[in-house]
Design a protein. Structure first.
Length: 259
């Protein structure tokens, strides 16, 4: 194996039950380097649970997860971002009383090798390192059209702006794969269009792959290379967006009846 294997995510036969509920039932999928992979399914299908397994919030009962050749199930949760996986949260994971810049810097925390404690002590080397991270965070905010609000508190900013700050925080970890949990939720039509263009641009400019959990079919079908559909913890269809959209099992899952 090479020293720097490609940043491919491979999930194999992942299973996880909560009491009597089988949230994941032998789910398998891959996200190739630079691929935009859609993940759809009705409420409760298990999409967020899958994200939570990849980021090690949950431990699956069985199955495998590897990224860039690393066994994620043997990787400490706080190391996941260092391997190059960053996520956004459906309900936003921002600190309301912190500025947009500081929220973004939290995403770079994993790369701050000098550590926050040393930074609090004000050691000169750590101040320099912090300044470099802040400059990089400002570049990201600029890139996402957020430079004007960098020093404003997150509290009180419009929801569409906060969704972009959430993305900026993820990008500050310099990921190679983004896990996006319903990034279009609550956005206006125009904002959804902008988001789609932004995800495509991030892929073109940074080679970023994405696993995109999304209920907005226009977005997920418009920008995904391939789509996986889930229902009741199972992967029920996989393929090109137009094929998955027309798959009978997928249509039945959304209509709430058995195919
Ligand atoms: N921590 C937990 N404890 C108990 N049950 C859970 C837990 N997390 C998820 N579940 C259950 O697992 C199933 C899958 O939930 P999950 O949130 O992954 O679905 P989803 O596809 O992300 O849905 P949505 O589109 O509504 O976000 C649901 O039945 C849910 O109630």
């Amino acid at each position: 194996m090479s020293h720097d294997p490609p940043p491919e995510l491979r999930v194999g036969d992942l299973t996880l039950s909560f009491g009597g509920v089988t949230a994941l039932d032998r789910v398998s999928l891959t996200v190739a380097p630079g691929e935009i992979r859609g993940l759809i399914g009705p409420n409760g299908a298990g999409k967020t649970t899958l994200f939570n397994c990849v980021t090690r919030l949950y431990r699956p009962d069985s199955g495998t997860i590897t990224f860039a050749g690393h066994d994620l199930l043997r990787t400490r949760p706080d190391r996941i971002i260092r391997l190059g996986i960053a996520r956004t949260f459906q309900n936003l994971a921002l600190f309301p009383s912190l500025s947009v810049l500081d929220n973004t810097l939290l995403g770079a925390h994993s790369r701050d090798s000098s550590g926050f404690t040393a930074s609090l002590l004000g050691l000169p080397g750590t101040r320099r390192a912090h300044r470099a991270l802040a400059a990089e965070a400002m570049d990201i905010l600029d890139d996402l059209g957020l430079a004007d609000v960098a020093h404003q508190e997150a509290a009180g900013l419009p929801f569409g702006t906060l969704k972009r700050v959430e993305l900026a925080r993820a990008l500050a970890g310099r990921p190679r794969l983004l896990l996006l949990d319903e990034p279009a939720g609550g956005l206006t039509h125009a904002e959804v269009d902008e988001l789609g263009e932004l995800i495509l641009r991030l892929r073109a400019e940074r080679g970023l792959g994405a696993l995109l959990v999304e209920h907005h079919m226009g977005l997920v079908m418009g920008i995904s290379d391939r789509v996986v559909a889930m229902e009741s913890g199972r992967d029920i269809a996989e393929g090109a967006p137009e094929d998955v959209r027309g798959d009978e099992r997928v249509l039945a899952a959304y209509l709430g009846r058995t195919a």
